[in-house]
Design a protein around this ligand. Structure first.
Ligand code: ADP
Ligand code: MG
Ligand code: MG
Length: 880
């Protein structure tokens, strides 16, 4: 073969790589290389780089001749190392083909085992090994996996054939099938393949290999992978690597087996080896939940030496990576092989405990501890737990494995599609299944909790649920499932679709009916990590809260102020809406002022309560923002009542309501435009804010209350000046009348692109900026958040967008406007403070961006406050 000296290297033997080459070799490949370097027993092989995957797509979904040649060179090398040959009639080489992206994407990509088998090779193996059952088991598995992964024939046809065979033979377990049974099955599988694909099953190992590699590349773009990437902020451009590795056979009989293990408990973080294994099994048997595996400790009884060796390797790996490891291993006839290690996925609770423990064990610094926790994960800790009293009083009707902690209570559904559909209707559901598979992902996301009949702590359901922070109880074998009729039996009771059930993912308990849940709090290790985070972060974290209750919750979670109080939320309560509607339907300024006078005391006392709750921390109060038609009555009775209160005819009121109609309310008569037309509204709101601040300051002289009044939807400095003049005149009059000193600030939301573009001008009037990135995103993209759902999926499918710009800040567009506005604003007013109060204020990657462009604070909903605190700390650590 000709070697092109200038050609790019796309393939790396495990012995050529190392753990730091994750970008090029993917996580799995880099760690296989690292374990090889550490002298661990790793079946040898090579990694086809992520660059090859990118090239595959660039080349129009083709593996170039150049890369194919490089792969075959490595096969030759592997054959030399192994002393076996691909497709050989003496000593055949079998390999696995495994995907492995930079970030682990469990269950997203597919693996093929036992590649290199055909009718001749399987006979050689059967004869030479003296273990024909093993040989045929490998072959039928290979046909099954290859058909499914490479040719997308679908698993179920093969599973049906297996079930039929087991029934005919009167056995319940796969392992009870004989060599002859498996040989017959392999034949049936190939027939199935031919009938579905219209061609014979490929016999040439090289053709099999290229087909498998291509399938891995292709799987990078499958819908499941795309959804997973979007949920986990993984860019499409990264691509996946492919690992080709010699097989280690766990299915050779009772001296062989396979398993998975964690160096610490991934659910609680407790420091103890945790895992499961199955004898005489291969690959995914453990996680697939086909048979119920044994706890890893029992391996000690089965094979003490192998167990000791494994424990030693686990310790070495954890010390080496200084983090909890998740490992896969296979025992081939009493010989241990390591097949994978990675930093294990864990629940938020475990993540916090492990980080703290590693600090205490002297393994890592506090900085590392803060950096190693995924902020998005914390969300799960902020979810409700069962009410302690109610749970004590309740009697479980069943118990299974506590696969992913948290509490869930909801209506039973039996399919992922139902979970999704019911979830969209706002129902809380618990998804009950025999076992879950990757297709169920969206349904699992929509469910409050997941309950499975089969599978262990490392089953698909368990792993995925932990990743999502969804409560999961797995392997409840007492359930008599009748999926077809959407019902099951447990504890002598039949449960139907829509019945309530409660499950506890921390204990594994299952309860009939509704058990109330209570919100979580920050304590223990959570509090400790938060304290560490606060040491590193420079960005302040405020909250978006409109009520004292929300504000209090947010303060408990660490909020340092309110970044956005939406005053209009205060108008909807029954006793206020009437006066507000009178204000809207007023014909004259006097009538309007009379109605506003009724509202004023409510607003003032609301603001007083907020200032009280915040204990002197800053509170930004945004003036009335939405279009007025959102407040008018729609029910006939309400319209009549309003007419009566106003001394107007129903027809008059209806005419007023009609006149408020707008073609595009998002861009209509709202925000500061309301004040330009009705300055009385801003006057009333100013009075309420200033009087509240004066009163609370009098009661608490030690609090430094500086009211921050925020004017929404400004696009032009003169517009802001007009409103500010109204506010300042009113405020100064109030302060003078009270005979006190009170500093206050008038600032603006930056949520219209024109405001960002003219921020230097705006800053002449605005004493602070707060980026309202929900509107700023809408206005910059030119589509509304409420309607984007109609086409975003198509945009994801076509890779035009990789994520929802309303969830994750669009740094290239919206972000640039922000960056520019900060720069221009500070040119005019160097001491001005800038914050963000859109949804993005609680999204980790957006928080990082806010840190980079020099914002003073982010403001997010109360339950995102800890996430923002951690994300802000990580951004500070990263930029050091
Ligand atoms: P995933 O990323 O979904 O875990 P893997 O590539 O790790 O996929 O493989 C799936 C299963 O096959 C795992 O149980 C793994 O240990 C097993 N496996 C992969 N390659 C080999 C091999 N060369 N020998 C034995 N088992 C293997
Ligand atoms: Mg897999
Ligand atoms: Mg794996």
């Amino acid at each position: 073969m000709e070697v092109d000296l200038v050609s790019h290297k796309y393939v790396y033997a495990f012995s050529e790589g190392n753990g730091s080459m994750r970008e090029l070799l993917g996580g799995k490949g880099a760690n296989l290389a690292e374990m090889t370097k550490l002298g661990m027993p790793v079946p040898q092989g090579f990694t086809i780089s992520t660059e090859a995957c990118t090239k595959y797509y660039d080349d129009g979904r083709k593996i170039s001749d150049e890369i194919q040649a490089e792969i075959m060179e490595h096969i030759v090398k592997l054959e030399e190392t192994a002393g076996k040959k691909f497709g050989d009639n003496e000593n055949p080489l079998l390999v696995s083909v495994r995907s492995g992206a930079r970030a682990s994407m469990p269950g997203m990509m597919d693996t093929i085992l036992n590649l290199g088998l055909n009718e001749d090779v399987v006979k050689v193996l059967a004869d030479k090994s003296g273990n024909p059952r093993w040989a045929w088991d490998c072959y039928r598995r290979f046909i099954q996996m290859y058909s499914d992964v490479v040719m997308e024939v679908g698993k179920k046809y093969f599973e049906e054939l297996i079930d039929k065979m087991k029934e005919e033979k009167g056995v319940t377990e796969d392992v009870d099938l004989t060599a002859e049974d498996l040989a017959v099955l392999a034949g049936q599988f190939k027939d199935e393949y031919k009938s579905k694909i219209g061609k014979d099953f490929p016999t040439d190992p090289k053709e099999q290999l290229m087909g498998a590699i291509e399938a891995v590349f292709r799987s990078w773009d499958n819908p499941r992978a795309n959804v997973y990437r979007r949920d986990n902020d993984i860019p499409y451009s990264w691509g996946t690597a492919v690992n080709v590795q010699m097989m280690a056979f766990g299915n050779m009989g009772d001296t062989s087996g396979t398993g998975v293990a964690f160096t610490r408990d991934p659910a609680t973080g407790e420091k103890k080896l945790m895992g499961e294994f199955l004898m005489n099994a291969q690959g995914e048997d453990v996680v697939a939940g086909v048979r119920t595996p044994s706890p890893i400790a029992q391996l000690h009884d089965v094979m003490p030496e192998v167990y000791d060796q494994f424990v030693e390797i686990c310790n070495t790996l954890e010390n080496h990576y200084r983090d909890m490891q998740d490992m896969e291993f296979t025992i081939e006839d009493k010989k241990l092989y390591m097949l994978q290690t990675r930093n294990g996925k864990r629940t938020a609770k475990a993540a916090l405990k492990i980080a703290c423990d590693l600090v205490d064990e002297g393994m890592i610094s506090e900085e590392k501890a803060v950096a190693m926790i995924d902020p998005r994960n914390l969300d799960t800790l902020l979810h409700p737990q069962f009410d302690a009293k109610a749970i004590k009083a309740a009697t479980p009707i069943g118990k299974a494995l506590p696969a992913s902690p948290g509490a869930a209570c909801g209506k039973i559904v039996f399919t992922a599609d139902d979970a999704k559909a019911w979830g969209e209707k706002g129902e809380k559901v618990v998804l009950v299944r025999l076992e879950t598979s990757p297709e169920d992902i969206e349904g699992m996301k929509a469910a409050q909790g997941i309950l499975t009949v089969r599978g262990g702590m490392t089953s698909h359901a368990a792993v995925v649920a932990r990743g999502m922070g969804t409560c999961c109880v797995s392997g409840c074998q007492e359930i008599k499932m009748d999926e077809e009729n959407k019902q099951f039996e447990l504890d002598g009771k039949t449960f139907k679709e829509g019945d309530y059930i409660s499950i506890d993912g921390s204990t594994g308990n299952i309860y009939d009916g509704i058990i109330p849940t209570v919100p979580a709090e920050i304590a223990g290790e959570f509090g400790r990590i938060m304290d560490m985070a606060d040491k590193f972060r420079t960005l302040k974290v405020r909250t978006n809260a409109d009520t004292p209750a929300d504000a209090k919750k947010a303060r408990e979670l660490g909020a340092e102020g309110i970044g956005l109080c939406r005053t209009e939320h205060m108008f909807f309560e029954a006793d206020r809406i009437a006066a507000f509607r009178e204000m809207i339907c007023a014909d004259t300024v006097e009538e309007r002022e009379a109605a506003l006078d009724k509202i004023m005391p409510y607003q003032q006392s609301d603001f007083e309560a907020l200032y009280e709750a915040l204990e002197g921390c800053p509170v930004t109060i945004r003036f009335l923002d939405p279009p007025l038609h959102e407040f008018v009555p729609t029910e006939e009775a309400d319209i009549e009542a309003l007419a009566k209160a106003q001394g107007k005819s129903v027809a008059d009121i209806k005419a007023i309501i009609n006149s408020l109609h707008e073609f595009n309310p998002m861009m209509g008569h709202r925000g500061c435009r309301l004040t330009v037309t009705y300055p009385e509204i801003a006057k009333m709101q100013t009075k309420a804010v200033i009087r509240a601040a004066i009163n609370v300051s009098k009661a608490h002289p030690d609090w430094k209350i500086v009211p921050e009044i925020m004017i929404p939807l400004v696009g032009e400095v003169k517009e802001l000046k007009f409103v500010k003049d109204v506010v300042v005149a009113t405020a100064d009059k109030e302060i003078a009348a009270a005979g006190v000193e009170l500093k206050y600030e008038v600032g603006t939301m930056i949520e219209i692109p024109r405001a960002a573009l003219t921020a230097d001008e705006i800053a002449k009037e605005a004493e602070f900026f707060c980026f309202g990135t929900n509107d700023l995103t809408q206005m910059t993209f030119g589509f509304s958040r409420d309607d984007a759902g109609k086409f975003l999926d198509a945009y994801y499918d076509t890779k035009i967008y990789e994520s929802d710009p309303f969830a994750k800040l669009d740094q290239a567009g919206v972000g640039q406007l922000m960056k520019m506005a900060v720069k221009l604003g500070k040119q005019t007013r160097p001491d001005m403070h800038c914050g963000i109060c859109g949804e993005h204020g609680g999204d980790p990657s957006s928080v990082e961006f806010c840190h980079e462009i020099g914002l003073d604070y982010v403001s997010c909903s109360p339950f995102r406050v800890p996430i923002a605190r951690l994300a802000a700390a990580q951004a500070a650590i990263k930029s050091k």
